[in-house]
Design a protein around this ligand. Structure first.
Ligand SMILES: Nc1ncnc2c1ncn2[C@@H]1O[C@H](COP(=O)(O)OP(=O)(O)OP(=O)(O)O)[C@@H](O)[C@H]1O
Ligand SMILES: [Mg+2]
Length: 448
């Protein structure tokens, strides 16, 4: 700002310079008026400078905002001629503001089809604004980049149409990010399926150990019985041949005694019964296996949790050491709906975990108690192991969390079980029991 003091005219000098013929009084009036006008001028100058400073500040602010906007911005007149652009458009097109100013917006587009659409948008400028119209713009490297454009009409302060403001965002990056995300999601789903499968295979391995033991028994006595029946059939054949050849009664009696035909006849029934029983047991085991394996198509059917628990316990215990005892206290039936194979996988893992946790215990125990609580079936698994360390409690359902030595556990059992129970509309909780040991609570909706 200029210094008003120095510019102020010297009144005494002016008074001395009064023109001839002008009275002193009139001259003083003139000088006073000049003083007033001068001081008004000074005030105007100060106010103007303040306004200028404010204007510059707000201009700088607008410019900084426009420069930092990552979306592209183009201001066009009514004919589509570019009046102004922001920094993002300069970077996007690789052309400076001076080059762009005055050129046609349509020249920024990558193909004639896009030009046609854009011209249509400009013709609509008096109507509602256009949002998210995807057009290909020519980028700095010459490639056509799809951009999502918004076109808004621009009016003067008196409502006269001035043109269109176009803003836009390249959608290529978004698309790329989206497709990478989808790919990652698909990979994750595939991995989860594989994990489910491998956990199932691990459970199947445990189960097969139990089943092999279980099958051994009936098969060996079916085999023993059939060998005996084969021997008996030969002796009965020999005796019948003698009968039909008309041997005298004494000889027949002696032969009957030698061949122990009466003992054979007495043995036949229990031998056949035993063979049938063995075959039936084998069939039941295979049935159970089928239910557990892929033949169980994760269908939702009504089944009895009591049977599933008993089967799971018997199979895990077959492969478990002698010192591990499981007591099961269940009502006659606990009907639930879902996949019995999957729930069996859950129960087997809980029993196996208890068996592993109690490995150091002289008398290892697991108590399984089942009750109906309101609309739920609740199974409690309480073992007499060391319980779960407090710092592990929050992690035991995490995939791959295991405290077992390498090769002994995948750490997937509980995480997969948790998912299975959730899908059945139930809950699986873990805690340490007040009387010691760990307690797992499996809650499933009771079938109506
Ligand atoms: N009854 C239990 N008592 C104490 N800790 C337990 C018990 N059940 C599970 N845990 C802890 O939770 C961890 C995770 O169990 P989870 O069944 O998920 O995997 P895992 O048994 O280690 O491996 P996998 O099930 O594949 O054999 C176990 O390693 C153990 O530390
Ligand atoms: Mg486990």
């Amino acid at each position: 700002m200029s210094n008003p003091e120095r510019l102020l005219p010297d009144s005494t000098a002016l008074l001395a310079a009064a023109p001839e013929g002008v009275g002193e009084g009139a001259w003083i009036d003139v000088i006073q008026k000049m003083d007033e006008v001068y001081s008004d001028l000074l005030q105007y100058e100060v106010a103007l400078e303040e306004k200028n400073a404010r204007l510059e500040e707000s201009q700088g602010f607008i410019l900084s905002v426009l420069t930092s906007i990552s979306d592209i911005l183009v201001v066009c007149d009514r004919g589509g001629r570019i009046e102004d652009v922001n920094r993002s458009l300069e970077v996007f097109t690789g052309r400076s503001l001076d080059e762009l100013r005055g050129s046609l917006f349509f020249d920024l587009l990558a193909d004639p089809a896009a030009v046609g659409v854009a011209k249509g948008l400009f013709a609509l400028r008096s109507d509602a604004p256009v949002h998210d119209c995807e057009l290909a713009l020519r980028a700095a490297d010459g490639s056509a980049v799809p951009v999502s454009l918004n076109c808004t009409p621009r009016y003067s302060s008196v409502g006269k149409s001035l043109g269109v403001v176009v803003t836009g965002r390249p959608v290529g990056e978004l698309r790329k990010a989206y497709s990478a995300l989808r790919q990652a999601h698909d990979d994750l789903k595939r991995t989860q399926q594989q994990l489910l499968h491998s956990e199932k295979m691990a459970s199947l391995g445990r189960l097969v150990a139990g089943v092999a033991h279980e099958l051994n028994n009936p098969i060996s006595f079916i085999l023993g019985n059939t060998h005996a029946l084969k021997r008996y059939a030969a002796r009965l054949g020999e005796y019948l041949a003698a009968v039909h050849s008309g041997e005298p009664p004494e000889a027949l009696l002696a032969l009957r005694e030698r061949l122990r035909i009466d003992r054979i006849l007495g043995d036949l029934d229990p031998l056949i019964e035993g063979t049938i029983e063995g075959a039936e047991r084998t069939r039941d085991i295979v049935d159970g296996l089928k239910r557990f394996s892929a033949l169980d198509r994760e269908e939702s059917v009504r089944f009895d949790l009591v049977t599933v628990v008993e089967r799971s316990v018997s199979w895990v215990c077959k492969a478990a050491p002698e010192r591990f005892t499981v007591t099961v206290t269940l009502p006659d039936s606990l009907p639930v709906i879902g996949s019995s194979g999957q729930i069996q996988q859950v129960v087997m893992n809980l029993v196996q975990n208890a068996c592993d946790a109690t490995a150091e215990q002289g008398a290892a125990r697991l108590e399984i108690a089942g009750v109906v609580e309101g609309a739920d079936v609740v199974l409690r698994f309480h073992d007499n192991g060391p319980g779960i360390e407090a710092r592990h409690l929050a992690h035991i359902f995490d995939p791959f969390f295991t405290t077992k030595p390498v090769g002994s556990g995948t750490g997937l059992g509980l995480s997969i079980s948790y998912g299975i129970v959730e899908r059945h509309g139930g809950k699986l909780l873990a805690a340490n029991h007040a009387d010691g040991g760990a307690e797992f609570v499996l809650r499933l909706p009771l079938a109506g």
